[in-house]
Design a protein around this ligand. Structure first.
Ligand code: DP6
Length: 341
């Protein structure tokens, strides 16, 4: 679909949504190549540093939001299961921002389906809050610019700001109004693959939201933040030049520094398992054997192996041989969060 056709389709779906007070949106999770860890303001999710990511087109969350005056309160269904408690409260807080903008106080029913494994280091919240924000805004009759949607998504989950625009996205620090993500390159800019190696399906003891406030307790966080700008610039430049041999070492360094902060926090956060470490060492071995592949790791034990498309099958086959690996899923770069039929 051309970008003009896409825009027209979105306008049509937004009109329909405003009339029906119901909209459905699709969003992809993203993998950060330069990480977000720690906030300047935890409530507003104003990050301590800028970050850069790639949307994962083969993973997605589809969320329908229906505003309905007959509902006593918001209702949340994820993959067919009804949720209350903290999960619902977090969704209600995001919807409240939309309701305030639209000048309504109508409760909503939220039905979300996802093929992203929850709670295991693949930022499922990024796709969830991007899809929720895009669907809720349209169902409330709002016509928001991409930056305004990115801001809304950020308030739900920081990394979700980067799942709103397409492809490769940069999220800047700033104020509540200006800290948003924009695309620096479309999905077809570079045929990179993220070979996601699931090292554990267990739910994390401390998720990202619980982890961010601990960042400032590590004496390494200041050094990490001080060095981010240079790493981000190097990552952006090599990404735009499609130069994995130069980008790879930068993303590995950035991920390891984030984990050093996590491990040196009080209380410390150890996300790596022996399988994570085995995959890190294997990546060095595979490179020595001629496969250009580099790792990054989010807040969990899973390892994201970044390589160019022609090497993805070989990387996947090698990763499956490592003891403890549960499953492997490969993804290409993904498009923006968008309204769907
Ligand atoms: C390690 O966006 O999941 O994946 O804002 O509390 O929802 P909340 O945190 P979240 O943090 C992501 C942290 C990370 C790095 C990254 O994606 O940049």
């Amino acid at each position: 679909m051309s970008s003009k056709d896409f825009e027209n389709q979105q306008v049509g779906l937004r009109r329909q949504a405003a009339g029906e007070r119901r909209a459905t949106a699709l969003a992809h999770p993203n993998i950060a190549l330069i990480k977000y860890w720690g906030n300047q303001d935890d409530d507003l999710r104003l990050p301590a540093n800028p970050s850069l990511s790639m949307n994962l087109g083969d993973l997605q969350t589809v969320t329908a939001v229906t505003f309905d005056d007959r509902l006593p309160a918001d209702e949340l269904l994820i993959n067919g299961t009804e949720f209350s408690g903290p999960a619902l409260q977090r969704v209600t807080a995001s919807l409240d921002l939309v309701r305030r903008l639209a000048g309504i106080d109508t409760p909503a029913r939220i039905e979300s389906d996802s093929n992203v494994p929850v709670g295991s280091g693949i930022a499922s919240s990024s796709a969830a809050f991007a899809a929720l924000s895009v669907a809720a805004a349209a169902a409330a009759g709002l016509d928001l610019a991409e930056t305004a949607l990115s801001r809304l998504a950020r308030r739900g989950s920081g990394s979700a700001s980067r799942s709103v625009p397409a492809g490769y996205c940069e999220w800047v620090t700033g104020s509540d109004q200006t800290s948003v993500a924009t695309s620096i390159a479309p999905p077809d800019h570079w045929a990179l693959r993220d070979v996601v190696v699931v090292a554990s399906r267990a739910h994390k003891a401390v998720g990202s939201s619980g982890g961010h406030p601990l960042a400032r307790t590590s004496s390494l966080q200041a050094a990490r933040v001080a060095g981010v700008e240079a790493r981000l610039e190097a990552c952006r430049e090599t990404l735009l030049a499609r130069d994995l041999d130069r980008m790879g070492p930068v993303i590995e360094e950035d991920a390891v520094i984030m984990h050093a902060v996590m491990m040196s926090s009080r209380p410390p956060l150890y996300y790596w398992t022996p399988t994570t470490m085995a995959l890190i060492l294997a990546t060095q071995q595979w490179r020595a054997e001629g496969i250009p592949v580099y790792f990054t790791i989010d807040a969990g034990p899973n390892v994201h192996l970044i390589c160019e498309a022609p090497y993805a099958q070989a990387v996947e086959a090698q990763a499956r041989k490592i003891a403890g690996v549960q499953t492997v899923l490969a993804s290409q770069p993904g498009g923006p969060a968008r309204l769907v039929d």
